[in-house]
Design a protein around this ligand. Structure first.
Ligand code: FEO
Length: 162
């Protein structure tokens, strides 16, 4: 049985993962409107991954006999100044999420909750990948700069994500 403290903290993380999904879907919609279909596709797939993260936490609470509590999801903005600004935000957001996961790991260790600690290791690894992906795309955008032809090549590359 999961403790109330851990249950509350993981329920809060479900909300944050769903907010991440919302944020990336908002960015995807913006890229659609800017006719950057590849960026839009990449971000939409990322939004789906965030939903999967939320469900992984959701299933864990249920498996441990806890209670799911779904709060309101914060609205996101609808416009960004450039693809560079979008990926600066994605990278910063993922770093913030890493901090949240680390705080959960510390809580699980403090509570001697080995099941939560073990489940969270998946997220620790996932965050390494999440930060790496965001920072790599941001670096590519910075190399490409404002040259439209190059940006469209990058858009084409990002659209290959499955
Ligand atoms: Fe759920 Fe992008 O971390």
């Amino acid at each position: 049985m999961i403790s109330k403290t851990m249950e509350d903290a993981i329920n809060k993380q479900i909300n944050r993962e769903l907010y991440s999904a919302y944020l990336y879907l908002g960015m995807s919609a913006y890229c659609e409107s800017a006719n950057l279909k590849g960026f839009a596709k990449w971000l939409r797939i990322q939004a789906k991954e965030e939903q999967d993260h939320a469900l992984k936490f959701y299933d864990f609470i249920i498996a441990r006999g806890g209670k799911i509590s779904l709060g309101a999801i914060e609205a996101t903005k609808t416009k960004w100044a450039s693809t560079g600004k979008i990926f600066e935000e994605v990278y910063a957001h993922e770093q913030k999420v890493t901090g949240m996961i680390n705080a959960l790991v510390e809580m699980a260790a403090k509570e001697k909750d080995h099941a939560s600690f073990e489940m969270l290791q998946w997220f620790v690894k996932e965050q390494v990948e999440e930060e790496e992906n965001a920072s790599a795309i941001l670096a590519q955008i910075n190399i490409v700069g404002d040259v439209p032809g190059h940006l469209f090549c990058l858009d084409h590359e990002l659209g290959k994500r499955e």
